[in-house]
Design a protein around this ligand. Sequence first.
Ligand SMILES: *Cc1c(COP(=O)(O)O)cnc(C)c1O
Length: 480
Amino acid sequence: MQYISTRGYAEKQRFCDILLEGLAPDGGLYLPEHYPVVSSQTLEKWRAIFQRDGYAMLAFEILSLYIDDIALDDLKRLCQKTYTQKIFGTPQITPLRPYEENIFFLALSNGPTLAFKDIAMQLLGNLFEFELERRQQNLNILGATSGDTGSAAEYAMRGKKGVRVFMTSPLGRMSKFQQSQMFSLSDPNIHNIAVQGVFDDCQDMVKAVSNDLTFKRQHNIGTVNSINWARLLAQVVYYFAGYFQATDNSAQKVSFTVPSGNFGNVCAGHVARMMGLPIQNLVVATNENDVLDEFFRTGVYKSRSSQNTFETSSPSMDISKASNFERFIFDLLGRDAVTVNQLFAKELAQTGRFSLAMHSSFHEAKQNYGFLSGKSTHENRLKTIRDVYQKLGEFIDPHTADGVKVALDLHELNIPMLVLETALPIKFAQTIFEATGIAPLCPAVFADLESLPQYVQELPPDVSVLKEFIVTTLHTNPVV
Ligand SMILES: *Cc1c(COP(=O)(O)O)cnc(C)c1O
């Protein structure tokens, strides 16, 4: 399998190259040259594998269709090392549980940092270590996080040989729990950077460094943001795992509702659908930062400035530019890299918006690709958390609550709706308390997290200052 850029960069790449690269040299995002389409026989075979041998072996089946530069035995071993009950808490890894008639939670947040990002990041940590060892190389991961990516990346990479993490986050914008989870790590290969700005400032800085090819090569800069194809690929697996738990044969369809920010998670659903997974609808649920909902309703994609990005009670979705969205638009436009380049590198960059409202493919999109969307507000979120608590006697986190709200608005009666549970409520205790008057219990392992010493460097939103910090750190603190 070869990989191509959404902006048409001529050179095709293999999996392990893009694993370490992140953005393509032309600023585009990598996608496989084609999506392998699985027959209903293969689906049934995978169902049997999932039921008999478990999630890790299902992951191996799917990953092996996209990765042909790691020996199959090695790939299998990496999957088995990653998806264990010990790391993810349950034998199913992503168990399904019912909410209401035909509405389910697909639990993705039982990994080490209690958010769905662990599922991809734990695999990435093992892939990186394997590949860097093979190449005898080091990698300096530069990332941006609004909360959950950062901790998931740091917990996946801590202590990994040859890997160092520089993680930017918006100063004071994460929950107390998220912040302490990251800043309390004392591993010498982990560097926290609090940026005086919002998440998009962090993301822009990371993009700017990644676009500086000389700097990137000279200092072995890599990324773990959701633009990394390997992460997306890892996430494709749980759409299949969810499907197999919700159905008993491959003639059945299901829908998914996905709490969305950077469009990474739901883009993995899109890939699963392109591979032939019988998905009726992919429902994009946003919070008040509703650029994606606006696009799916109107065909107009308008990124927002940082000043116009709301600080909400589902902060991991507080983005104003959905960095993975370009992948979907590439498919939507029949993989026309020239137009994608025009839209993203020119129109969006210059005017902050583009419109596909008059484009025939946009209107086909809802039918062909099954996308629907909706939005949830602070009020909706609190009410949903309360409702679920009253019904089930358990808490859900605010992002999952956005998903439930939109799922209830849009689900079809006879089609199982799987709401992706993207984090555990303890990460957002304040909002749970606001909704219900009750504080969720903290798991014992995290009990004194917030009182531990914090390791963090504060920086202005300035690319040159960030570069300087990286260079200085590399000089004064070489990895062992
Ligand atoms: C990252 C995150 C999201 C958004 O996922 P995207 O892949 O960026 O769309 C939603 N909920 C939680 C809890 C997250 O951590």
